[in-house]
Design a protein around this ligand. Structure first.
Ligand SMILES: *[C@@H]1O[C@H](CO)[C@@H](O)[C@H](O)[C@H]1NC(C)=O
Ligand SMILES: *[C@@H]1O[C@H](CO)[C@@H](O)[C@H](O)[C@H]1NC(C)=O
Ligand SMILES: *[C@@H]1O[C@H](CO)[C@@H](O)[C@H](O)[C@H]1NC(C)=O
Ligand SMILES: *[C@@H]1O[C@H](CO)[C@@H](O)[C@H](O)[C@H]1NC(C)=O
Ligand SMILES: *[C@@H]1O[C@H](CO)[C@@H](O)[C@H](O)[C@H]1NC(C)=O
Ligand SMILES: *[C@@H]1O[C@H](CO)[C@@H](O)[C@H](O)[C@H]1NC(C)=O
Ligand SMILES: *[C@@H]1O[C@H](CO)[C@@H](O)[C@H](O)[C@H]1NC(C)=O
Length: 338
């Protein structure tokens, strides 16, 4: 029974091994044909009674705009690529998804329908670093709001008299947090909106610069600019630059390696690298790394050689003593038996 059981497991293992990469491939293919929902106006939260238009973008059959729309997981309409709510009700809150003829279902968009006096509207609640974020402090029935203040984690960051919109063209990790706004309505009444949680995901982690071990003068040294986690976006091409102090060693290359062909003592110093997206919108810098190149006259080199000579010398001495002793013993034995 043992060989059969083992065979079974082998088959399972083989099947798993074959299945995993195939699955990964399918995943990355379907990713590119995922439908995408956009909102017009762009806000994912609205007041009751306001209108919202959803648009779906994805590959379809030529001349056939047929698009499926889902609300809270159930199919609500199969018509065309736009779906409109002329007067949103509380029941229109929830999760929306769409699917065109040749796409897979889009990522969900969470619509919130609110009541109240002041609403902080956002263009999305979850971002990948680099995407734009728009904020709007919006009054009930479009009533004018004055002295608008936007807050991130309860700290005010923008004060304006006229406009009640604020744009962050490129989000980064510092934009994570809970946002709200306040403003004056009619008769100078102060209103404060509810908080909205904004999440920004890192597109790629900051790089770390490492050097190959050898650091004796005359030897090559390899520097490597490594990104620990794979980027959020599959297939994202990063560009790497290498620096020593203020000096650029190698600029904007897809290779994350840099080689010092023959290291000299002058190559000792502070090194760092940068990883950037193709458009250069997101650039991340590694911590500095100290590289020490030891020359033949350096104390380290001296100690290293001193240590080697001392070890070899000691071994030689011990050997000699042993040899002499063995020779003597042999001679004594010979004398005894012959
Ligand atoms: C979708 O259908 C609606 C109603 O039939 C129509 O008013 C609208 O123009 C259509 N939109 C597109 C993009 O074809
Ligand atoms: C959809 O889900 C949201 C939130 O879970 C809920 O508020 C809303 O009433 C639901 N609407 C329908 C029609 O199921
Ligand atoms: C459009 O495609 C859908 C399937 O996605 C199909 O049900 C429908 O009949 C097609 N309409 C036309 C006019 O070809
Ligand atoms: C607030 O934001 C608006 C629009 O982005 C800008 O014009 C204004 O200068 C900002 N005010 C302050 C105090 O930062
Ligand atoms: C994040 O973006 C803000 C501007 O919106 C900028 O001032 C800040 O330096 C950026 N932070 C990082 C870590 O890139
Ligand atoms: C350094 O890089 C070169 C070229 O990429 C490679 O041939 C060599 O083996 C590397 N050396 C070390 C110590 O990693
Ligand atoms: C990147 O570096 C490699 C070798 O270091 C070089 O052959 C290539 O031309 C460089 N590419 C660019 C765009 O500079």
């Amino acid at each position: 029974t043992v060989p059969i059981g083992c065979g079974d497991k082998m088959w399972l293992l083989t099947a798993l091994l074959l299945w995993v990469p195939v699955d990964g491939q399918v995943d990355s293919q379907t990713d590119s044909t995922k439908a995408v929902i956009t909102l017009d106006p762009p806000w994912v939260s609205v007041f009751k009674g306001e209108s919202v238009t959803f648009r779906c973008k994805g590959p379809g059959q030529p001349g056939n705009d047929s698009t499926q729309w889902f609300h809270n997981g159930s199919l609500i309409q199969t018509l065309n690529s736009t779906y409109s709510l002329t007067a949103a009700s509380i029941y229109n809150s929830g999760e929306y998804m769409c699917q065109t003829a040749l796409s897979v279902r889009s990522d969900p968009v969470q619509l919130e329908v609110h009541t109240g006096w002041l609403l902080l509207q956002v263009s999305s609640r979850v971002f990948t670093e680099g995407e734009p974020l728009a904020l709007r402090c919006h009054g009930w029935r479009n009533k004018p709001v004055n002295n608008v203040v936007f807050y991130q984690n309860k700290k005010g960051f923008n004060f304006s008299h006229g406009t009640s919109e604020f744009n962050i063209p490129r989000t980064n990790m510092s934009h994570n947090g809970i946002y709200h706004c306040s403003g004056k309505g009619e008769q100078s009444t102060m209103y404060t909106s509810a908080g909205v949680s904004i999440t920004v995901k890192e597109l790629f982690s900051p790089p770390v610069l490492t050097a190959s071990l050898s650091s004796l003068e005359g030897n090559p040294v390899n520097l490597s600019c490594e990104i620990k986690l794979p980027p959020q976006m599959p297939g994202l091409q990063l560009y790497f630059s290498f620096y020593m102090g203020n000096k650029i060693l190698k600029g904007r290359n897809t290779s994350s390696e840099y080689q010092i062909l023959t290291a000299k003592r002058e190559d000792s110093g502070s090194y760092w690298c940068e990883a950037a997206t193709e458009d250069g919108d997101i650039v991340k810098r590694s911590p500095e790394m100290e590289l020490q190149v030891f020359g033949p006259q350096s104390p380290a080199f001296f100690w290293f050689h001193g240590f080697v000579y001392l070890t070899v010398g000691t071994a030689f001495l011990v050997n000699t003593v042993l040899c002499v002793k063995i020779e003597k013993d042999l001679r004594r034995l010979r004398k005894l038996y012959l």
